[in-house]
Design a protein around this ligand. Structure first.
Ligand SMILES: Cc1cc2nc3c(=O)[nH]c(=O)nc-3n(C[C@H](O)[C@H](O)[C@H](O)COP(=O)(O)OP(=O)(O)OC[C@H]3O[C@@H](n4cnc5c(N)ncnc54)[C@H](O)[C@@H]3O)c2cc1C
Ligand code: SF4
Length: 548
């Protein structure tokens, strides 16, 4: 087992990096390894970071672990697409299947704050009847959660993240106005609006987790467009800037560069703590409860890597479903060129949105739906779309890149259905810690292919309606992850219950994107955070009743 190559942990000696001050530190409580803490949380992203903050605020002792580094955006983030690769989970993984999922920055982060450090900040609520898609819409699976309950927690998450969004939202049931005013819509957003209006579809400024006015220590967004490579100003409201500071203030400890290799169980079969690698050695933290929040690939990997004589198939896996029903979301795009300058790099990439084909079911030959959003890829990403999707190299690529400031594009987030054969399992190969790596198998079904074909035709119509030329489709992209430890109604057909508690081991919880039974047609992070807020309240209630 070798050392981690990322360098030395920063959160030691009773202090942790202060993300809001250059070179700054903030006090952090520390727990001894032999102290039995109430909760050991693996992963500090949308799920783990939120839960760490709320559980600490509710009075529980919490130690959270993240395999990634603890960055100070003011010092550590450069306006450089290549430098910022350090935010992604690029450790070895094996991918296969008919449609292998692209790894790295496209789907998962490795940092304190998780994937939210480089997410695009789009903060959406799932369409209510999608929580019961099997019963009400005839496909997928039902969630054991009620949409009204989720609606209440969405509002709490939106307040905590100071979401900047429109006064009224055009789709779905009534919701309160967003806490901050919407951002001014940039040129690609206005072109999206023009295209939608030409087709008779509604559009709106996108609800975003970056502030449109000062908030606490966060300055307002300055529209520099590096959001998906880490926001160096801290306008972005991520787990790193929102939940982790709250967790520390409430007395939680967060250990950076701490890779959890296994959850141990005691003679009773209950979880007894986590074994983790930090600063060159393996250590063991005792805990009354363990929460896994490593996202849809690392969560099942850890559960499977924690197999023992008592749990030969891995933890929480009596159903055999750990790792199964992996989902990603369709992320196809249509690109075109405008006569006028667009300069799409200015501002967050998705400042305008249409959920038309998420809420409209007439005229579809597929289940589910999709949204589309304005785009603003930075130059390296744009060049790789040209090489990857169009096969352009040399002089043709150079000529194409000269049109960068005139480009316009639309991209979907589309629902992919849960299939048992899409899964995460363990490969024989091991990583730098000596742990078996994940093997990720993925194939689109016919429903996905029909959804993608529909969306590409629709986006093309929209670009044609605004006079774009040289239109081309990028038909192979996916983004976001879900599933692999689904929540459900019983232990035979799911891994956790509605409270994210595993059916098999009463003190083992899973609280991240892996609990989704279906993925819906919107970006997932607000739903993950709403579930984490709900889980914290449920844990508090259960503890009060002596059910923990
Ligand atoms: C490029 C990109 C853009 C996105 N844009 C949006 C968007 O606009 N809106 C939206 O809603 N969503 C977006 N997402 C998705 C969103 O970021 C994720 O769905 C969400 O962050 C997942 O939350 P999580 O808690 O499940 O996992 P994460 O946030 O990924 O956190 C998991 C953490 O666990 C840590 N970890 C994993 N295994 C271990 C281990 N064994 N030991 C220690 N630590 C471990 C990882 O290092 C990581 O930090 C985007 C994602 C990407 C990649
Ligand atoms: S556009 Fe706004 S949120 Fe994005 S990187 Fe710049 S300041 Fe941060």
């Amino acid at each position: 087992m070798s050392d981690d190559s990322n360098g030395a942990p920063r959160a030691t000696g009773g202090r942790a990096p202060d993300v809001f001050r250059s070179g700054g530190w903030t006090a952090m409580r520390e727990y001894a390894l032999d102290e039995v803490v109430d909760f050991a949380i693996v992963g500090t992203g949308a799920g783990g970071g939120t839960l760490a903050a709320r559980l600490a605020e509710l009075g529980f002792s919490v130690v959270a672990f993240d395999a990634g580094a603890w960055f100070r955006p003011l010092d550590d983030f450069a306006s450089d697409e290549t430098e910022q690769n350090k935010l992604y989970w690029t450790d070895r993984r094996v991918t296969d299947g008919a449609n292998p999922i692209q790894m790295g920055g496209k789907n998962s982060g490795k940092a304190v704050g998780g994937s939210t450090v480089h997410y695009a900040m789009v903060a959406l609520r799932m369409r209510p009847d999608r929580f019961k898609s099997r019963t009400t819409l005839g496909y997928g699976a039902d969630w054991p959660l009620d949409w009204r309950d989720m609606w209440a927690y969405y509002a709490k998450a939106e307040r905590a993240l100071s979401i900047s969004g429109p006064l009224t939202y055009p789709w779905g049931p009534w919701r309160p106005p967003y806490p901050y005013r919407p951002h001014e819509v940039n040129a690609p957003g206005l072109l999206l609006a023009k295209g939608c209006e030409a087709l008779g579809y509604k559009w709106t400024p996108t609800p975003l987790a970056t502030v449109s006015a000062p908030r606490g220590k966060s300055p307002p967004c300055v529209y520099r467009g590096f959001c998906r490579f880490g926001c160096s100003t801290n306008a972005k409201q991520s787990a790193l800037t929102v939940w982790i500071p709250r967790a520390l203030a409430a007395g939680a400890e967060v250990r950076d560069l701490a890779m959890v290799g296994c959850i141990e169980t005691g003679p009773s079969g209950l979880a007894s703590g986590v074994r983790y690698h930090r600063a060159g050695e393996w250590r063991f933290q005792r805990a009354r409860n363990v929460v896994v929040a490593g996202y849809a690939i690392e969560t099942p990997r850890l559960l499977l890597n924690s197999a023992s004589a008592r749990h030969p198939d891995g933890l929480a896996n009596s159903s055999g479903l750990v790792g199964k029903y992996l989902m990603t979301q369709a992320n196809q795009a249509v690109w075109g060129r405008m006569e006028e300058e667009v300069r799409w790099y200015k501002g967050p990439p998705s400042l305008a949105i249409s959920e038309h084909w998420n809420y409209e079911d007439r005229g579809k030959d597929f289940h589910g739906g999709y949204i589309w959003l304005g785009q603003g890829p930075l130059p390296i990403e744009w060049a790789s779309i040209q090489t990857g999707s169009r096969g352009l190299w040399g002089e043709r690529l150079r000529t194409e890149m000269m049109h960068y400031n005139h480009q316009m594009g639309l991209k979907i987030v589309g629902e992919m259905l849960p299939y048992e054969h899409n899964r995460v399992a363990l490969a024989e190969e091991v990583d730098q810690y000596g742990l078996k790596v994940a093997r990720i198998t993925y194939a689109w079904g016919d429903n996905e292919k029909r959804l993608i074909a529909h969306s590409l035709a629709q986006m093309r119509m929209s670009l044609e309606a605004i006079g774009a030329t040289d239109i081309f489709a990028q038909d192979d992209d996916t983004n976001h992850l879900a599933g692999t430890a689904r929540m459900g109604f019983d232990r035979e057909t799911s891994v956790v219950d509605a409270d994210c508690r595993s059916w098999d081991i009463a003190n083992l919880w899973i609280c991240d994107g892996s609990v989704f039974p279906t993925t819906g047609a919107v970006n997932p992070s607000l739903t993950i955070q709403a579930i984490a807020l709900r889980t914290a309240d449920r844990i508090k209630a259960m503890a009060a009743r002596g059910e923990m």
